[in-house]
Design a protein around this ligand. Structure first.
Ligand code: HEC
Length: 241
């Protein structure tokens, strides 16, 4: 009994433990919408063109993108897939994992289910809080992931931010200030990252989009079964009553 109670306490505390980010970084809410297929398609495009260079998504097959409304021709053309990549194949990293480890000190993890291990809000914050740090080998650091091994993969879009540390009533406040502009405005960049995170959330559980439909199908089947079984019961019992 006692052990069960302890487990219950842990289950209650778990979300709080998981949400506490290491440096206490404030997480911005990710404005995502899994029903917005056009946004998901933009996110898929950004993901395949920018992230697959180093990361893989081994549980995700290209043809699964039909679930977000892409035709096979669109998948091939919009994502600029090389001729030898089959639509049924998983999303592989362009870079070999051991070469990546040599280059960055850490192998880039597979991103198939990253939205489940990190939250959408964490990912949205992470992709927007890279800042230039000449003290790091890559030249980059990150507020959500201090001393990260990943360079800023979207720096040309966002531009460069600098860290400014201010002290306010004895508290240290770490702020990012724009330093060099990118090709997108800050609002456009936030929207692009929202699309990317939307896609990462879809990828971590692709069947979420089809599951509600499946539920109705099962309920419909059960309702029909009930009618049949009821008719059968009446038939069987009619002479007995
Ligand atoms: C140049 C190679 C490279 C590219 C391109 C790249 N990453 Fe990374 N990424 C890394 C490396 C290396 C790490 C591991 C960092 C560490 O653990 O310190 C990493 C870590 C991450 C993490 C943290 C994973 C975790 O929880 O530990 C996320 C999330 C991530 N990358 C997302 C992305 C996304 C999204 C893109 C595309 C916009 C992208 N990365 C593009 C190299 C890359």
């Amino acid at each position: 009994m006692n052990a069960i109670r302890k487990l219950g306490m842990l289950a209650l505390l778990w979300p709080a433990l998981a949400l506490a980010s290491p440096a206490g970084t404030h997480l911005d809410r990710a404005p995502i919408d899994l029903k917005d297929k056009v946004a998901l398609q933009r996110g898929a495009k950004l993901f395949t063109s920018r992230c697959l260079a180093c990361h893989s998504a081994a549980y995700m097959r290209y043809n699964r993108l039909r679930d977000i409304g892409m035709s096979e021709t669109q998948i091939k053309k919009d994502l600029e897939l090389p001729e030898d990549v089959k639509l049924g194949s998983a999303m592989q990293a362009a870079m070999d994992a051991s070469a990546a480890k040599l280059a960055f000190g850490v192998a880039p993890p597979d991103l198939s289910v990253i939205a489940r291990s990190r939250s959408a809000d964490w990912l949205y914050t992470y992709m927007r809080t890279f800042y230039a740090d000449p003290g790091r080998a890559s030249g980059w650091n990150n507020l959500a992931f201090p001393s990260v091994g990943m360079p800023h993969a979207l720096a040309d879009l966002q531009g460069e931010q600098k860290l400014r540390v201010e002290t306010y009533e004895g508290h240290e406040i770490r702020k990012l200030v724009p330093d060099k502009p990118g090709s997108l405005t800050p609002a456009e960049y936030d929207a692009a990252v929202a699309d990317l995170v939307n896609y990462l959330v879809f990828m971590s559980d692709p069947s979420k989009l089809v599951r509600p439909g499946l539920g109705y199908l099962v309920l419909g089947f059960l309702a029909m079964l009930f009618v049949l079984v009821y008719a059968l019961k009446k038939e069987v019992w009619k002479d007995i009553h």
